[in-house]
Design a protein around this ligand. Structure first.
Ligand SMILES: [Zn+2]
Length: 87
């Protein structure tokens, strides 16, 4: 009897909308002008915007310190690996 084992390889995750961000993810807005950064409240954003794309979300954000817009969105996994999103 032969047992066939199917290996499920992890697929690269594409983050496009607020719905693609899980509990283990964080989203940080960073202002390139004054270097202010702030972690965003994902639950509050989902409540307000639903499953908005990160690109559109970024266009709606502005820096709470200097008013510049739009800030960069930096998506951070809990393992510490950041990458930029929302472009
Ligand atoms: Zn700023």
């Amino acid at each position: 009897m032969t047992t066939i084992t199917r290996l499920r390889l992890p697929r690269p995750v594409t983050i496009r909308t607020l719905g693609d961000l899980g509990e283990q993810n964080q989203l940080v807005a960073h202002c390139p002008k004054c270097r202010h950064s702030r972690r965003l409240d994902l639950d509050a954003l989902r409540g307000r915007y639903g499953l908005l794309s990160l690109r559109r979300l970024r266009a709606r954000l502005r820096c709470t310190r200097c008013g510049a817009r739009p800030p960069d969105l930096i998506h951070v996994f809990d393992n510490g690996a950041p990458f930029r999103g929302g472009r």
